[in-house]
Every structure is written in C-alpha cells, then in structure tokens.
Design a protein. Structure first.
Lengths: 471, 242
C-alpha cells in the first residue's frame, strides 16, 4: 500500500501545473548557478594569473636581491569557491609577504567588483537556502489540507488505509519527486562544469556531492514541516501563509538576528582598535631602536667596510629583536581578540543554528572550504611561505628584509655590469585547499541537527495526522 | 435471518459543543436490501454514515459491518465498505482509469485488468472516450459514475451512499437508481441517505426517517404498502406523527 500511495503522490505532484512551473524555474536556476560559477572561476583564474605576472613584472630590472623587499602571494581560485562562495569574496586574496612582520590579507573580490557586495553571488548555497526551500514548501504545503479541500481525503479514508502509511506516502512521494526533479538539472550542471573546463578534482566532486546531500537534507526539513503544517490546518491557504511566515523567520530573520544579538552581547575590539594598539607598540619599539642607532659607535674606526658591517649586524639584531617583540605583542592582542571573537561566533552560530537555514549554510561553506576557517587556512599558508621567503632572502643577501629595517649599503666601484636577478629562484607560494577529510568532521553537528529537525517534523506530521479530522 | 451487513446498535453521538446528533439509533440492513435514511438537514444522516466510515466515534452504542465494530477495528470494517459521496471528488490530474485503478487498489482489490476497468466504467454509463481523459473537465454526473465504478470494483458487501443522486439531472438520476437496484439484486447491502422521497419509495427495502438525531419512523416497503411516504415524512418531521 505504501508503494501505491507513493506512486500516487508522485503522479499527483508531477501532473500538477505548479510542478511544471517550479520544475522549469528550478532547472533554469540550477543550471544558471553552475554556469555563473564556472564563469566566475575562470574570471578569478584570469585575475589571479594577471596578479602573479604583475608581481614578477615589478621586479624586472632589479639587479640586486637587496632591492627585493617583499613578495605578493595570491590565494589561488578554487572551483568550489565559485559554487559556494561563503566568505571567499569577503576576505582578502592577496598577502604582501616580507621576511618578517605580521601578515594581513587584502584586496577582496569586492574591491574589484563592488556590485557583488550589494547583491552577493548567486551560488548553490543561496539557491538551496532561499529559492529551493520555498519550492519545497510549494511541493507540500497542501499535502493534507489540499486533499481535505478537494474532498479526496474522505474517499481515501473510506478505504482501509492506515493513517501512518498515508502520511509516510505523502512524505516519501513528495521527497522523491523533489530530489529526482532537482538531481536532473544538478547532474546537467555538473556536466557543464566539465564542459566549461573547471578543473574539479576527485576531492572537489566528493565535497560537491556532500554539499548537495546536505542541501537535500535541508529541503527535507521544509518538506516535512510543510506536511506537518498542512496536517494541522484545514485550508491550504492557511497552511501556505503559516509556512511563509515560518520561512521568513527561519531563513531571513533568525540568522541575522543571531549575529546582531551576538554583536551586542559579546564585545570584540575592532580591527582598527587592534591595529592602533599594534602601531603604538611598534612606534615605541622603533623609538627605542632609533636611540640605539643614534648611540652606535663602531668598535673600530677607519675601515669603512668593517664599520658598515658592524652597523648592519647591529641593525639586523635590532630588527630581529623588534620583530620578536612585535610578534609576541601582536600574537597576544590577536589572541585576545580571537578569543572574544570565538565567543561571539559561538553565541551567533549557536543561536542561528535554531534554524535549519543556518545549519545548512555552515555545513555547505565548511564543505566548500569557504567557511570562516578559509582566512586562517590561507594566512597559515602565507606564514609558512614567509618563513621560506625569509630563509631564501637570508641566503641571498645575508639579511632578512622587512619590519621597517634600515639597510645601508656601500657600493664600491665595479666595472662589471650587474645581471638582473632571476625571479624564478624565488620560492613559489603553494596553497593546498582544505580537503574533505579536514572539513567533514566540522560539519557533523550541522548535519546531525538537520537530521534531528527532519525527524522531529516527520514525527510531528504523523502525530498531527493521527488526530486529523478527515471528514 | 442472515447476519446483518449494516448494524447500528443504540448509536448515539454527542459533539463536543453539546449538540446531540444521534440519539440511540438502531437499525439493520441485510444483504440484498437498500436502507434509505430520510431526514432534513442536521437530522443525523451524515453523522450515521460518518460513524460507519469511522470518521467519527460514537458516544454510545456501536456501528458494525458484518459484525465488525467500526471504531474498534476500523480497517477490517472499511475493507468491507464501498462509499459514494454526495459529490465524488477524485484526483483532477488523473484520468478516470487512473483514479479507478488507484482507489480500487487502495480498497485492497489489485487483481483487476484494464479491460475490467473499462467494462465497469461502461457499465456505469461513462463513455469510452472519457475513460482516458483527466477528471478536470468532468461533470458531477460523470464523477458520480466514476465513484460508483470504484464501489463496484471494490466488490464490498456493504455500500454507503451519501445523497448520491443530489444534483444529478433526471436521466442521470434514473440511470444511477437502476445501477443501485442491480447491485442490490447482486446481494449488496446498501445504506443510503437521501432527500429524494420518491426515489427512496421506488427502490428502498426499508425507509427510516431521522429527526433531530432520533429514528422517528422505520418501515419496510411491505409495511409502507400504498401509503403516501411524503405525507408520512412531513408528519414525522413536523413531530406530530399519528
């Protein structure tokens, strides 16, 4: 009987005008997301390659490694970032690496394309969270109340149909229809990624599959909620209005309200305030070092080369000490800010997780590698690069550049024309995006919450229908 | 006499708002009989049907189908009932055949062939070209025919009809009555609520008149003899029966 009810439900939905319209619109939107994503990826690759070339071009003509003060490193575009943007457009894509000193990312995509900041990118996460969740409601808002209005419920229950089986048929039929009708354009969109030359790795495909699976789990929440509400109302217009209000609160209001509340509840010093603290501390250190420089007295006089060497050694030591102290100070203030930020995020995300929309967003961005962790992951890679770059520069010049270091160099007459430096010798920046093994564990809570909410609404729908007046 | 197919034993229903819809109503319908319930709106006819279909539970008494209590074992009771409502509502996106197949299989009969579906639809008077059309454009008469076809295919011993000829044109009403007579002759027990005194007089084996939840008159066709049923009805409804 369950099979019969499921097939009936699928036929009933597929034969309706609302399905024809929603399926058409959904298919177009899903394909659009993949096309927009693929194009955005290629644009980002173009920008990334141009930036790398420009970085090397500015070193053209340099004949002395001492003149190389820094290197710009750029976050390589990731295919999944184009499909689930997360924070990818908000955080800086460029880090200027000196041999020492604190690293900060700058030049976010919004600085290139500010209109994106206004309307955000149309990506898979937005499609599932906002658009498809509404379609899930459209699929099932009249599952029970509509049958009562049409009068078919009365005829159905004149037959020996167990109520649990009937509601299971409703849920499974609607869910299967939704999943299959979305999988078709998603499969076509995935094929488009290959056709459009987006280099998806095996790991990317696994993560994309997990994102889509989480998306279906999220849509299941709205589907089962719709069946629950329709089993608590006698008119489909009432169930639709109730669901619309719930959707607005769950998708549009609660996540933003949670962030707003957390911002008020937990005070985090602004980036500017922290930067001002660091600048003040740095100025203090620099003042001390200036006094030390002014007090420099060579141990031997007469030999200019030896004096310069002694001065350079002193400067190197001062710079190293200054860098160490600055790092310690920056690490402390950053950690304080980070700790407060962690509390704020925990409050914001904890509250936002009341809604499945936030659970899905957090799971999807984490799986795509575009969650809050993305910035830390990128900066960690740049810190590793800074070390390699510093060592390279020490090997080349005997000094580690950066950190407001003063370098004096005496150039003695040399008739040989200097050769330009070979920039290919500079260590290359390598960035390994987070792998599925790195991110899967972090999504467990959100996936479990989505499962639990699904289960809650399914049980609620069954319980509500057991008491439903089918007359 | 054989076991009654329909059996109402002191059937009483008081709604939550205190309204007494049925007051100790008892009757029986045996195989090969048509029991016509007459009464004004609110007399308790639909409440009786709702209790037999387990849409409502009685406050007192029992409704039984072939001895099975409808509120203690509703699925077993419903397996023996076919139901045709006043306004048969089927799935508009399905064809007549698809509706027929679905509701027949839902009733536990999944051995019928497509030819049998066509034959039954033709038997109830639905023309062949309409069999594979969606229900969207069907008239009430055509939907009633589909409803009766479902009841026939379910082959249940008990058939419940709620105002089945209401709103049908005379020709459709006549055809419907002929089909009911044929089903009665096949040994089905039919419980029917109606406002149509003349049709009840024509086909019912027993007529019961309900007034404000009470069964105020019950007479077999033989007992009615040549009596004027309309006069009897008005007298009982007015509450001054002789």
């Amino acid at each position: 009987m369950l099979r019969l009810l499921i097939i009936k439900e699928i036929r009933d939905i597929v034969g309706s005008t609302k399905f024809a319209v929603t399926f058409g619109v959904c298919s177009l939107l899903v394909l659009l997301v993949f096309i927009v994503g693929a194009r955005a990826y290629h644009t980002a690759v173009g920008q990334h390659d141009a930036a790398k070339r420009e970085n090397l071009r500015r070193m053209e003509g340099i004949t002395d490694w001492m003149q190389v003060h820094d290197m710009n490193v750029y976050m390589p575009p990731q295919p999944l970032s184009a499909l689930v943007a997360g924070v990818a457009h908000d955080i800086g894509r460029t880090v200027t690496v000196e041999g020492r000193g604190e690293l900060t990312a700058h030049d976010s995509r919004y600085s290139d394309e500010p209109m994106l900041a206004v309307f955000r990118q149309f990506d898979l996460e937005f499609l599932f969270t906002v658009v498809l969740s509404l379609f899930a409601i459209l699929f099932a808002f009249d599952a029970v109340s509509g049958e009562k209005e049409r009068g078919t419920l009365r005829l159905t229950f004149a037959s020996p149909v167990p109520r649990r089986t009937f509601i299971a048929g409703k849920l499974l039929g609607a869910y299967l229809t939704l999943v299959v009708s979305l999988l078709l354009p998603i499969a076509a969109g995935s094929a488009l990624l290959i056709v459009m030359g987006v280099p998806m790795t095996g790991d990317d495909w696994v993560r994309l599959t997990l994102i889509i699976a989480a998306g279906f789990l999220y849509l299941g929440v709205f589907l089962s909620l719709s069946v629950l509400v329709s089993a608590m109302t006698t008119r489909s217009t009432t169930s639709f209005l109730v669901l619309l209000v719930v959707w607005i609160v769950a998708v549009l209001i609660v996540p933003r309200a949670a962030v707003l509340f957390a911002g008020r509840a937990v005070d985090v010093p602004s980036v500017d305030a922290v930067a001002a603290q660091k600048a003040k501390f740095s100025a203090g250190l620099w003042g001390d070092d200036r006094s030390a420089m002014a007090a420099f007295k060579p141990s031997k006089s007469g030999d200019m080369q030896a004096v310069m060497q002694e001065f350079q050694q002193m400067m190197q030591k001062l710079a190293d000490d200054r860098d160490r102290k600055m790092r310690e100070f920056a690490s402390r203030v950053n950690e304080e800010r980070r700790n407060r930020q962690d509390v704020q995020e925990a409050v914001a995300f904890g509250l936002a997780r009341i809604t499945p929309a936030a659970c899905f967003t957090l799971a999807a961005t984490r799986l795509a590698g575009t969650s809050f962790e993305m910035k830390q992951h990128f900066l960690a890679a740049t810190e590793r690069y800074q070390k390699a770059f510093g060592e390279f520069m020490v090997a080349k010049t005997g000094m580690n550049p950066g950190g407001r270091m003063v370098v004096l160099r005496v150039v003695v007459g040399d008739e040989k024309k200097p050769e330009p430096i070979n920039t290919a010798e500079i260590p290359a920046f390598s960035y390994a995006p987070m792998q599925v093994a790195d991110v899967a564990g972090g999504t467990a809570l959100d996936i479990l919450l989505l499962l639990a909410v699904n289960l809650f609404f399914i049980v609620g729908a069954v319980a509500a229908f057991l008491r439903y007046d089918v007359r | 006499m054989s076991q009654p197919t329909f059996e109402a034993v002191n059937l009483t229903k008081r709604y939550e708002d205190g309204v007494l819809a049925l007051d100790h109503v008892s009757f029986e319908v045996h195989p090969g009989q048509i029991y016509a319930m007459l009464g004004a709106n609110g007399a308790g006819k639909t409440t009786t049907i709702n209790i037999f279909l387990n849409f409502l539970e009685p406050t007192e008494g029992e409704a039984r189908i072939n001895g099975v209590c409808t509120h203690t074992d509703p699925l077993a009771a419903k397996a023996q009932i076919a139901y045709v409502s006043e306004n048969v509502m089927l799935y508009p996106a399905f064809t007549a055949m698809q509706n027929l197949e679905y509701f027949t299989r839902l009733g536990g009969r999944d051995h019928h062939t497509k030819d049998e579906y066509h034959r039954v639809l033709e038997r109830v008077g639905l023309q062949r070209e309409a069999h594979d059309k969606r229900l969207r454009g069907f008239s009430k008469g055509m939907r009633q025919k589909c409803g009766l076809a479902i009841a026939i295919l379910k082959d249940a011993p008990a058939i419940v009809l709620d105002e089945p000829t209401s709103g049908l044109d005379p020709q459709a009403g006549y055809e419907f009555t002929q089909l009911l007579t044929a089903l009665r002759d096949e040994g089905k027990a039919i419980l029917m609520s109606t406002h149509d005194i003349f049709r009840a007089r024509e086909i019912a084996s027993t007529v019961g008149i309900l007034n404000r939840g009470r069964l105020v008159m019950q007479r077999s066709a033989a007992e009615l003899g040549g009596a004027d049923l309309e006069q009897l009805y008005l007298e009982h409804i007015a509450g001054h029966a002789a």
